[in-house]
Write a protein that binds this ligand. Structure first.
Ligand code: URA
Length: 232
C-alpha cells in the first residue's frame, strides 16, 4: 500500500505539492474513479492509476542516467561538497545512490538507482562488466603503449590489470574499455605507461551508453529497453 501522492511523485509527475494540487483538482483516477485525496492509499502493484488519461505503470525501482559534472562527488552525502544525489533531488526519490564511483574530476555516465541487486551485479568484479572511458592524455600514445595497456599493466595491485581495449581517437585521446573498477584505475593505467590523463569521461557501462543529449549535470530516466538490457 502506498499514498497516491507518493506514487505520482515516484512516477515523476511533479513535486509532492504539485502532485497534491493535481489530485485535488480531479486529474487522477484510480480504477476508473476520480480520487481527490492526496493521502488516499492505493495498492500500487494492482490498482490502475491514470493521470490526465495516461495510465501510470508501477515501477518497483527507479533508474536514472546522470552525466556527472566535474566537481561533484559520487556519494550520497558529503560534508563539504555537492554530491550526485543532490543533483537528482527534484526526482523526489530519497533513496537513490550511484552504482559505482567516478572521481571528483571525472565526468560522464553514472547510473543512479535504488535497485541494490542490479547495482551489485553491475559492480561485482566477477561479472566483468565493461566500462568505456574517453581519455585525453598529456602525451601521444605509442603503439607499444597501446599493446601494454591491452595486455595488462602493473598498477601496484600485485598482479597485472585485466586486458583492456584501446581505440585511438586522436593524437592524444583514446577510448579505453576495462572490466575492472580499481581506485583511480584509468589514471593509474596511463601512469603505468608513462603518460597522464588530463580529462576523463565515462561513456558506457555494460549495455548502457551515455546519452549525447545530456549536458554535464543533466539526467534522465532510463528507458524500458535500457533497463531490460542492463538486467540482461
Ligand atoms: N578510473 C579513474 O582513474 N577515475 C575514474 O573516475 C574512473 C575510472
Amino acid at each position: 500500500m502506498q499514498r497516491l501522492d507518493k506514487f505520482l511523485c515516484d512516477r515523476n509527475i511533479g513535486s509532492r505539492s504539485q502532485v497534491k494540487g493535481c489530485i485535488r483538482q480531479g486529474m487522477v483516477k484510480v480504477n476508473g474513479e476520480t480520487v481527490c485525496r492526496p493521502e488516499a492509499k492505493i495498492e500500487e502493484e494492482q490498482d490502475r492509476v491514470e493521470y490526465c488519461g495516461e495510465v501510470l505503470k508501477y515501477q518497483k525501482h527507479a533508474y536514472y542516467m546522470l552525466n556527472k559534472p566535474a566537481g561533484v562527488v559520487s556519494a550520497t552525502r558529503d560534508r563539504s561538497c555537492q554530491t550526485v544525489t543532490d543533483l537528482l533531488k527534484e526526482t523526489g526519490h530519497v533513496d537513490l545512490f550511484p552504482a559505482g564511483r567516478l572521481d571528483k574530476d571525472t565526468e560522464g555516465l553514472l547510473l543512479m538507482t535504488n535497485d541494490g541487486e542490479l547495482a551489485h551485479r553491475l559492480l561485482s568484479p566477477r561479472k566483468h562488466v565493461e566500462k568505456v572511458y574517453y581519455c585525453e592524455l598529456e602525451l601521444p600514445l605509442s603503439e607499444q603503449d597501446i599493446s601494454r595497456l591491452e595486455e595488462g599493466v602493473d598498477i601496484g595491485e600485485g598482479r597485472l590489470t585485466q586486458p583492456a581495449k584501446v581505440e585511438k581517437t586522436g593524437e592524444r585521446s583514446i577510448h579505453l574499455a576495462i572490466t575492472e573498477g580499481k581506485f583511480h584505475q584509468v589514471k593509474r593505467m596511463l601512469l603505468a605507461v608513462g603518460n597522464r590523463v588530463s580529462y576523463l569521461k565515462r561513456i558506457a557501462m555494460g549495455s548502457l551508453v551515455l546519452d549525447e543529449g545530456l549536458k554535464p549535470g543533466d539526467w534522465r530516466e532510463l528507458t524500458e529497453e535500457e533497463i531490460k538490457s542492463l538486467k540482461g
